[in-house]
Write a protein that binds this ligand. Structure first.
Ligand code: SF4
Length: 254
């Protein structure tokens, strides 16, 4: 039975409700939008793709194009065939493209910061496909925990206090990046993916095991042992920014 036919659990309705709320709160989708969904094949992107296909009460009609960019880390890895079968069986319109972005980002001249080039090249290709296919929205599967972790990554390593936006204008407003999972916790997405048995693809990138994000994830897990609300507190702090208590003219003592 195609995976999409097994719907209607409590978890599904719960996730759909919060997805719909995020879409409505940020006016992410308008009537007739063409939404490119970035599908890495990981749990988050498959959950997003599935939830966007569900009928929603308040969200207007829109179309979906699933786009998978194979980063080329392991040419012998065959699970991309399973992903393609899944997309076909569930009647998705899709583009699957093989690239050498992964090896290129890890080549000798770029070993120090593979993630920067990797994300840049992948994004560039996604924007090009969106343009070719006349998509005006690009939906990415970043969830609530990604937003929390990115805030800390930018603070610890980027010297900035900022994070991912649920909706972000690009190319002077001709396209928008949207993050419909912005309100949803990663653990619920993982639970849903298990419940639905999506054909997830393993990330073959060696850097993904040692990235700054993995470090921050582990750090939060450690801190959670003493303060179980830590993630929620960080998330809520985003709505309580006291700009008057952020000094603007500090000097660097160098
Ligand atoms: S962890 Fe690997 S796949 Fe992810 S952005 Fe970095 S280099 Fe690319």
């Amino acid at each position: 039975m195609p995976v999409a036919e097994k719907k209607g659990t409590r978890l599904f309705h719960h996730l759909k409700k919060w997805l719909e709320l995020a879409i409505m709160d940020y006016a992410m989708i308008k009537e007739g939008d063409r939404v490119l969904v970035g599908v890495s094949g990981g749990a988050d992107s498959l959950a997003l793709l599935d939830l966007l296909k569900a009928s929603m009460v308040f969200v207007p009609q829109f179309s979906v194009l699933a786009v998978n960019i194979d980063m080329g880390f392991d040419p012998s890895y065959s699970d991309y065939d399973l992903l393609e079968t899944y997309l076909k069986v569930n009647n998705y319109t899709y583009v699957m493209e093989k690239t050498d972005i992964g090896p290129l980002s890890h080549s000798d001249y770029n070993r120090k910061n593979p993630c920067y080039l990797c994300s840049r090249l992948r994004r560039k290709r996604i924007f090009q496909i969106a343009d070719e296919k006349k998509c005006n929205k690009i939906a990415l599967a970043h969830h609530k925990d990604d937003i929390i972790e990115t805030l800390l990554i930018n603070l610890f390593y980027g010297r900035e206090i900022c994070t991912m936006m649920p909706k972000q204008e690009i190319f002077q407003g001709s396209m928008h990046i949207i993050r419909p999972l912005a309100y949803i916790e990663e653990k619920l997405i993982k639970k849903y993916v298990k419940e639905r048995e999506f054909p997830t693809i393993e990330n073959k990138c060696t850097t993904s095991k040692t990235s700054k994000r993995v470090y921050i994830k582990k750090l939060l897990q450690e801190l959670e042992k003493d303060n179980k609300d830590i993630r929620e507190n960080i998330y809520k702090a985003l709505r309580h920014v006291k700009v008057d208590y952020l000094p603007q003219n500090m000097r660097d003592m160098k």
